[in-house]
Design a protein around this ligand. Structure first.
Ligand SMILES: Cc1cc2nc3c(=O)[nH]c(=O)nc-3n(C[C@H](O)[C@H](O)[C@H](O)COP(=O)(O)OP(=O)(O)OC[C@H]3O[C@@H](n4cnc5c(N)ncnc54)[C@H](O)[C@@H]3O)c2cc1C
Length: 369
């Protein structure tokens, strides 16, 4: 399509998918930059294998209908096969499904697999650079996400040398045994044993919450870092029987890569748990493009690469017609909510605001001719 887009959506995660679909359904001339293999690998959307905290996102809704159809048609063998199968709904499938729908059904959207490397603005428009070309748009929605800090574990590699790396926990993160999001996955730990990996008040709060909500038996592993928890939190941890253990993690105890059994620490008996929750905060907030146009950020006391983009209730930043939605954005009058459904809600707020303004301009234009 090319030319001047009414809306450019930057990011091919959940927020980007919701924004692009809304823009498509509003009939807006839209550019959707999905990002590259590199940005995809370092995004959160890669990690979510199973969504079960959102009503409606449940395999049984369709599965029951399919089973009924097959049973009606006398397909008894097929009924058995389908009944046995699990159809997990995860981020990747949702995103691919949205790309397919938009490409099949909506001709006003250009879907481009590329990273946005630069953003500039003038009075009337934005310029978005990709490695191959520059695009122009009247409004931009940033949905570039964040990345969690990962714990480095000093485990022996195949050659027998200690390798201090987060990669050892990835297989367990992929199986939802190492968790990152208490709101999304905390309920999985009900009445079980969990290690919270972290050393700050955030780790203390998450440990308390697990205990209070789910009756979880929690141990905090600081992984060789001196604990930095306030004395009132420490007191509550003591009362809940939550131990804070500060040895470095030197091995993961497991049955192959299938089931986590616990952690081996330096100079300590093994800590036996079925889950771990990583509580180290964020590694990066991908706010680079917002910074290039001087959009205001939140959290002045944080390093710049960890600061969220400040937005209002419409998802708009301090730069007019520049919006930010999903994990990358934060309001100052609301706790940060990094969830699939909040990303979706703000995507709709942002795109409908852009749509309202462009339609208002259309009407004004009627009287200027
Ligand atoms: C392990 C885990 C489990 C979770 N489970 C749940 C759950 O069960 N339920 C729930 O509601 N939430 C869950 N969440 C949270 C949820 O995944 C996030 O809230 C959601 O993915 C945020 O979407 P987003 O679009 O903001 O960012 P992301 O989904 O991370 O997407 C960012 C996108 O931006 C792209 N990008 C980055 N930079 C650029 C650039 N310069 N140019 C173009 N593209 C770029 C990336 O390639 C990526 O496509 C979980 C999170 C984690 C880590």
């Amino acid at each position: 399509m090319g030319g001047l887009f009414e809306c450019a959506v930057i990011g091919g995660g959940i927020g980007g998918s919701a924004a692009a679909l809304r823009a498509a359904q509003n009939g807006m001339r839209t550019l959707w930059l999905l990002g590259s293999n590199t940005t995809r690998k370092r995004s959160r959307s890669q990690w979510v294998r199973h969504l079960d905290n959102i009503i409606g996102f449940n395999e049984d809704i369709i599965k029951h209908q399919v089973l009924k159809t097959l049973a009606k048609a006398g397909q008894t063998e097929a009924v058995k096969i389908v009944a046995r199968e699990h159809y997990h709904i995860n981020n990747r499938r949702i995103i691919q499904n949205t790309i397919d729908r938009i490409q099949d059904e909506y001709y006003t959207v250009d879907v481009v697999k590329a990273e946005a490397t630069g953003l500039r603005r003038s009075e009337t428009r934005f310029e978005v650079d990709t490695p191959d070309r520059t695009y122009e748009a009247q409004a931009v929605v940033l949905t570039t996400g964040v990345m969690d800090e990962q714990p480095a574990i000093s485990k022996l590699n195949r050659k027998g040398n200690p390798e201090d790396s987060p990669r050892w926990i990835y297989p367990f993160a992929n199986r939802e045994q190492v968790l990152y999001c208490i709101r999304c996955e905390g309920h999985l730990t009900r009445d079980d044993r969990v290690a919270v990996i972290g050393h700050s008040d955030v780790a203390a709060e998450l440990a308390m919450m697990l205990h209070e909500r789910y009756g979880t038996q929690v141990t905090i592993l600081t992984n060789g870092v001196e604990p930095e928890m306030t004395s009132d939190r420490q007191e509550i941890l003591n009362r809940y029987g939550i131990e804070v253990v500060s040895g470095k993690i030197i091995d993961i105890l497991s049955a192959g890569a299938k089931q986590l059994h616990g952690f081996q620490l330096e100079d300590h008996v093994p800590v036996e748990v079925r889950f771990a929750l990583v509580a180290l905060g964020l590694h990066r907030v991908y706010n680079d493009l917002a910074r290039q146009v001087d959009a205001r950020l939140m959290d002045d006391d944080m390093p710049v690469e960890k600061r969220h983009i400040r937005i209002n209730h419409k998802g708009e930043t301090s730069v007019p017609n520049l919006f930010a939605v999903g994990d990358v954005a934060k309001r100052d009058d609301e706790p940060v909510m990094k969830q699939v459904y909040t990303a979706q809600e703000y995507a709709v707020r942002a795109v409908d605001t852009i749509d309202y303004r462009r339609r208002r301009a259309m009407r004004t234009g009627l009287f200027e001719k």
